[in-house]
Design a binder for this molecule. Sequence first.
Ligand SMILES: [Zn+2]
Length: 327
Amino acid sequence: MKKIHTFLLVAAMLSAATAVAQIPNEYTIAPWHGFSESAVTYSLDDLTSNQLPVAIPLFDKYGVKVSLNVVTTWVKPDEWPKLKAVAKSGHEVTSHTVNHKNMAQLSASEFELECKESKRIITQYTGAECITLVYPYCASAHKEISAKYYISARCCSKHIEPHTPADMFDISSVGVGTESDVNTAEEFNKWVDDGVAQKGWCTFLIHGIDDDGGYSPIKSSELEKHLAYVAKNPQKFWVATFAQISKYIIERDALTIRETKKSNKITVTVDCKAKTPLTALDEPVTISRQLPQGCSTAKTNAKNAVVSGGKITFDVVPGKTYKINCK
Ligand SMILES: [Zn+2]
């Protein structure tokens, strides 16, 4: 029975990944939230000792939400309440497994325990959902088991992930710090600019911060200069957590839009062909609609609405209905 269940779940995830969005001609779905040209994630591993006291306040200063990937047996008791607070403020606290073993060397049952237990412990101590996985040593394996607990997983193959990733359980990241060639603000900026050129998703893999003894440290002063650059260019960069961007991709690529039109009133019903029992697919997706002929402006009850260039742009969530009033 268990095998059949796993097979069905994986089949469902696969069909979600290959589903094609179905939308009327008047609509465009934003590749990334807010029609930004690329997506950026800061993904911090191992909870090195300066991540909570130094890095998080710095990211907060620039309004950036990050993913903290924790090894549950490495978290000190006094760090759990801090992680809970950080999760409540919108950062992601997610799984870097229980024991930080090379997952490729584990049996299927050992692998499953690492997935299941880390998810259970993180959810229990933070009160937030835990839906993404970071493989220790970038060693992916048993993806069909990962898919029972997570919607996506991160590796570190040092490339910009394309608009639609080939494999949600093998998402690339770019290692930074002294063990890499990404240390200065300019070197960080070059990678995110490359993300814009490729219209893709740039995930930075961060360990140590300053002199905290963590692996491959980066200087917080260089990180800050880089964050200032990113914050100045929201049209280029949508910065969000690994989970948010994973959800956006799943929803965007399986979004359905139906509309009914009565004189100057349009009713828009949004749904998503991808379904997963692991999480609510409720990440806002940005769409736009051409204004109908004879309609110079419009109003909507949807969030973040902007009317410009003969279009109305707004955020939608699958399962909801929106109204547009043309004038
Ligand atoms: Zn690690």
